[in-house]
Design a protein around this ligand. Sequence first.
Ligand SMILES: [Zn+2]
Length: 470
Amino acid sequence: MIQTKKTLLGMAALFSLYSPLNHAHTNSFNDLRMPSTMIAKVKFKNYKSGMWKLNQLHLDVAGIDIKNKSADVVINEAEYRKLEEMGFDVEMTMSKSLMRGPDAQYKNPQEIEQILNDYHNRYPDLSELKVVGKSLQGRSIWAIKISSGKAEKKPAVLFNGMHHAREVMGPEIALDIIETLLSNYGKDSKITHWVDANDIWVLPMFNVDGNNIVWTNDSMWRKNARGNYGVDINRNYPFAWGSCNGSSGYKGAQDYRGPSPASEPETQVMMNLVKEIRPVFDISYHSYSELVIYPLGCDGQRAKNADVMEPIGKEMGKRIGYTPGTAWETLYSVDGGDIDWMYAEYQVLPYVIEVNSGSDGFQPDYSKREPTVILNRKAWQYVLDRMDGPGIHGAVENNGKAVTEFSIAVQRKNGDAYVDYMTYKGKPNGTYDLILNPGTYRLNISGPGIENTSREVVLNQTPLTVNFSK
Ligand SMILES: [Zn+2]
């Protein structure tokens, strides 16, 4: 889709709404009369400090290349000149007129709905379709649950694509996960086991409104369809919202966090889904930069269970050749992102995988689809494999009934002492799933109406089942 004139003028209007760069100089307003947009490469002498300086401007950072110490930005000519004036080494790599928009073989919201329905019709016993909610403009957001139905109360794993509308490879990876699991069930013993043992939820296209804009109006659209500016859904989650300069308060900025935490219907849809299914793992697919990102997003912060979270991310990175790290280690601070919220609220082990490289961009030729999805199988399959690694799983019952509200304070034995490790919220169906490293732990269960109970557990390399019942 080639950008229309209408879009270009629309973008000029947007830039006039914000741009901290342009407020200082009166002549820059005139520059905004020339709204052409380009992709430019900013090269850094020092990646970390250069990236931090660039991030303060809240420009549209499309992707990064850590190895070559550079970032791609989507900007207009006025912004280009400002970057030059500020001393950045900046070079235009593609003009707007050369942007083709996505290959028509990438999917739009209607196609996603059709494909998911087709899968369900072909594999009715292995799949369940669900509209998990509605977008701002009333479009259905679809997910599919892949599970053989052999056991109840299975642990869940979530894979989701496209928080950001222009990142068209995310849904392709999600569709490949669905295809790989469904078509190999009963043929491949590992895949059969994963589908028997877990509820595997796949939500291929989250930002359906934004994607509609990509196909009809602006191929570089990132946010949702709020107003004429959009909210960055992945800066709108309520945990640490707007807390560390990891998002913008300007409506026109590409990382606009919205007027209040979880203000957007899409954000609420994801929050409700996660609350309901309580995934053990999540992977949110984005593009591009070849990164595996794990919580937390604000500078210097790490997850309490970083000893579990980070090695899993690093292992995925190793398997697919992507750079692992927190957002502040690999990019810049991010606040209000989905993974931080999932971790903080429900102790999910969540990852963002930024697929594809800078030479691929947001919308590579469709021939890039096959190698990308094949490569990425090694990462999502590792997560499913890890479900069978060290961890403690079980049910909590009181008088034979599932306890629907409880928490587990986990302590880890360090020498002779028990040290507080982390507190997990129990699942509303009365079960829990803790992914841990081998060690000796004490689980302290508490909740309204139940007697506090503790149990010491020695965990080795395989999962343990520890049920609590009174
Ligand atoms: Zn993204």
